[in-house]
Design a protein around this ligand. Structure first.
Ligand code: FAD
Length: 318
């Protein structure tokens, strides 16, 4: 079923969903099942699976020169989606990115997804590769997620890259996109960033999933700003609990978001790692409860493989 249909059918009830990462290359599906098995009692209608492009690594050769190699550390997104649907009978949402994909590559993945009866995709640009200062698309790839949305919408209309294909099979993907309550870090202003989100919705996206945030006010303001410029699709809050002290620096650096002062004050004086995890869980429960009270369509948890923590949070609000 389409994600938007789940929201419509749930009416005012807040749904719960999860995001998982493919295991590192060489790992097995067991890692995914071990993450998800204990969470399935919360009846998520859908589970997102992230996509990870290749990264460059530099190896020193005996001559002393460095050799640049591209490797994909977390392959398997499409296979994992099929496996999740088969095992749990819930919808899986593969993330699709522009980075590393030509339009032809994208078309071929979409064909695979359509044949697998996967009905939903989250369309993203992806980040710049490590060691590259800015995002560089493939020569025949997309620069922005809006262009990817456009291609997916095209296939929904039966339009393929090869113009000789007439009466091509029409896919019926429900397209989700990303939104940033604290602004995407590359955007010069929130106003411009929002205008690009609107472009993605106008191109055919049907819902938005937000970057993690730790201050609900940012989410509520974001929704208000979206509505003010005519973005009327569901906006799903993405949530991740703070669990480790180093994350106080690492999360703002990696995701360009801010921690509220009250959370930092509590976390900074935590006695040990268990204490900081408890603080993070309590904070996320509080966030989740308030968002649920305000009638958000879904609470979407970034599991990052930490089932136990996510279970504690969802148990408290389910
Ligand atoms: P876009 O919407 O293309 O925006 C990127 C930047 O370009 C923004 O600053 C925007 O304001 C600007 N922009 C957009 N259109 C235009 C235009 N026409 N002209 C000028 N500027 C423009 N990354 C992964 O690699 N794999 C994942 O699985 C993944 N999952 C994610 C899930 C969620 C819910 C979120 C929030 C992010 C995820 N990301 C993932 C990270 C994401 O790929 C990065 O944040 C990336 O930098 C931006 O992606 P986007 O889709 O928001 O890009």
């Amino acid at each position: 079923m389409k994600i938007t249909e789940y929201f419509e059918n749930a009416k005012d009830k807040t749904l719960i969903s999860f995001e998982v990462l493919p295991p590192l290359k060489g790992g097995s599906m067991e890692a995914i099942f071990n993450t998800l098995d204990p969470l399935m009692e919360f009846k998520p209608p859908f589970i997102d699976v992230t996509y990870h492009r290749e990264e460059f690594i530099y190896k020193m050769r005996p001559s002393g020169y460095y050799e640049k190699t591209a490797i994909r550390k977390r392959p398997g997104t499409v296979g994992i989606c099929a496996s999740i649907m088969h095992r749990y009978g819930v919808d899986a949402v593969p993330h699709l990115i522009c980075g590393g994909f030509t339009k032809e590559d994208t078309e071929n993945v979409l064909i695979d997804l359509n044949f697998l009866d996967i009905k939903n995709v989250l369309a993203l640009r992806g980040d710049a590769r490590q060691f590259e200062g800015k995002f560089i698309p493939e020569a025949d790839g997309h620069r922005y997620a809006s262009e990817l949305v456009d291609q997916i919408k095209g296939m929904n209309d039966g339009v393929y890259l090869d113009k000789n294909i007439v009466n091509g099979t029409k896919s019926d993907f429900c397209i989700g996109i990303a939104g940033y309550p604290e602004k995407h870090f590359e955007a010069p202003s929130m106003e411009l960033d929002l205008s690009y989100v609107k472009a993605k919705v106008d191109a055919g996206a049907s819902y938005i999933v937000t970057q993690m945030f730790f201050d609900n006010k940012k989410y509520f303001e974001y929704v208000k700003a979206c509505r003010a410029i005519g973005i009327n699709v569901p906006i799903v809050p993405g949530l991740k609990p703070l669990t480790k002290k180093y994350q106080l620096n690492a999360i703002p650096r990696r995701f360009y978001i801010n921690f509220p002062d009250d959370l930092v004050k509590e976390a900074i004086v935590a006695k040990n790692s268990e204490a900081i995890r408890e603080i993070g869980i309590a904070w996320c429960i509080q966030q989740s409860k308030e968002l649920k009270e305000q009638g958000v369509p879904c609470l979407h948890y970034y599991t990052m493989g930490d089932t136990e923590t996510i279970r504690k949070i969802v148990e408290a609000i389910y």
